[in-house]
Write a protein of this length. Structure first.
Lengths: 106, 277
């Protein structure tokens, strides 16, 4: 599943995952945001891994916020933006590009 | 260039005192690394190597102007290859895919189409500044240099140089062991048809932009000045020298060898480039 959310006047955050037993698995968080230190991406991704898919946006955002190191800074996006991307993925509104789809070479 | 995620219509930042932070710049002896055609992977590695050398006090604070040997897409640290790049189209058009150490968005680069520079500075230089303040601080000299060339440029937080003619460029930072890497790419001229073929510009990315086309949202410098790319770079260097002081320098053979090693160990590996597939 794939979901994206672009913070207005900010950056895009995207999430890819599978669902197994009602939980998020194989989570990948990507985007054109800035994150300091960079290693905090592991904490953010880890916060979503195994999370019940039926949590609310604010509950998911809180899990992400708590997992981030105190001194970490996420610029241009936010835990709420990420949780929104997860909810959009669950709603099935957005598709990830195919691996080798040839775009119309206009 | 370029990343299509800009704030062309954002309100202008409050005008800073032109002398803001000048003493911080002038506290160091700045060294220039002039542009030389460099493979994309070496450009990635050199930025890391030189940042670490400045962090360890083995190199003076430095301004490096980039040169390129070929077309490439430079992905931000946290971007997914598949979400950003049409790999089939990239391969068919000889566009290499590389990943940099800083966050931010993908850039499509052609050697004569972009002007890219890196600033390697001790972190003390931005002490007590927020991240957004430090972005504007490191690009203030370029905005001034562009204005001297008649371009109506300003800084659009968080990380864009923009103008009444459209977005010009974007910056990204990484911090390592007490040093800041601040690098910025500006569009000189854009091959928009090829850019749209190799980069995927999703609807979500454009969601807060209205429906303006890529062409209208970017303002490459060639459209905004009568100057050649080389003349713009020369003026930027002169303005930096006048404002902060600048001595001619070069990448040392030792730094070059270390960067080549880092290409083999990290930047050129599938593990790094496809770290987020």
């Amino acid at each position: 599943m794939h979901g994206e959310y672009k913070t207005p006047n900010g950056k895009l955050i995207a999430v890819d995952f599978a669902i197994a037993g009602g939980k998020l698995r194989d989570v990948m968080v990507t985007g054109d945001f800035f994150l300091y230190p960079e290693e905090a991406l592991t904490d953010i991704t880890g916060a979503l891994e195994g999370l019940p898919a039926d949590l609310s946006i604010s509950e998911m955002a809180e899990q992400v916020r708590m997992a981030m190191p105190r001194d970490a800074e996420l610029l241009g996006s936010s835990p709420d933006a990420l949780a929104t991307a997860v909810q959009r993925a669950l709603a099935g509104e957005q598709d990830r590009p195919e691996a080798d789809r040839e775009q119309d070479p206009a | 260039m370029s990343e299509l995620s800009d704030n062309v219509v954002s309100p202008q930042m409050p005008t800073l005192d032109p002398a803001f932070g000048l003493d911080r710049w002038r506290a160091y002896d700045w060294q220039l690394i002039p542009p030389e055609p460099t493979p994309p992977l070496m450009n990635m590695a050199l930025d890391e190597v030189l940042t670490l050398r400045v962090a360890r006090g083995e190199r003076a604070p430095t301004l490096r102007i980039w040169g390129w040997t070929g077309r490439c897409i430079v992905l931000g640290r946290f971007q997914s290859v598949r979400n950003e790049v049409n790999e089939t189209a990239a391969q068919a058009n000889g566009v290499e895919i590389v990943r940099r150490i800083s966050g931010g968005g993908a850039m499509f680069i052609e050697p004569e189409g972009a002007i890219t520079y890196s600033i390697f500075a001790p972190e003390a230089m931005v002490q007590s500044m927020t991240f957004p303040e430090s972005y504007a601080f490191f690009d203030a000299w370029v905005v001034e240099a562009l204005r001297e060339l008649g371009v109506d440029a300003w800084y659009a937080p968080l990380n864009d140089i923009t103008s009444s003619g459209g977005k010009i460029g974007g910056a990204a930072q990484a911090r390592r062991g007490g040093a800041v890497l601040h690098h910025t790419t500006m569009a000189y001229q854009m091959n928009i048809p090829l850019m749209l073929r190799v980069l995927r510009i999703g609807q979500e990315k454009l969601s807060d932009k209205g429906m303006r086309s890529a062409e209208k949202r970017v303002g490459p410098l060639r459209q905004q000045t009568a100057r050649s790319r080389d003349a713009i770079i020369a003026h930027m260097i002169e303005h930096f020298r006048h404002r902060h002081g600048l001595t001619e320098g070069a990448v040392t053979p030792d730094e070059l060898a270390e960067a080549e090693r880092r290409v083999k160990e990290q930047f050129g590996t599938r593990d790094w480039i496809y770290f987020l597939p």
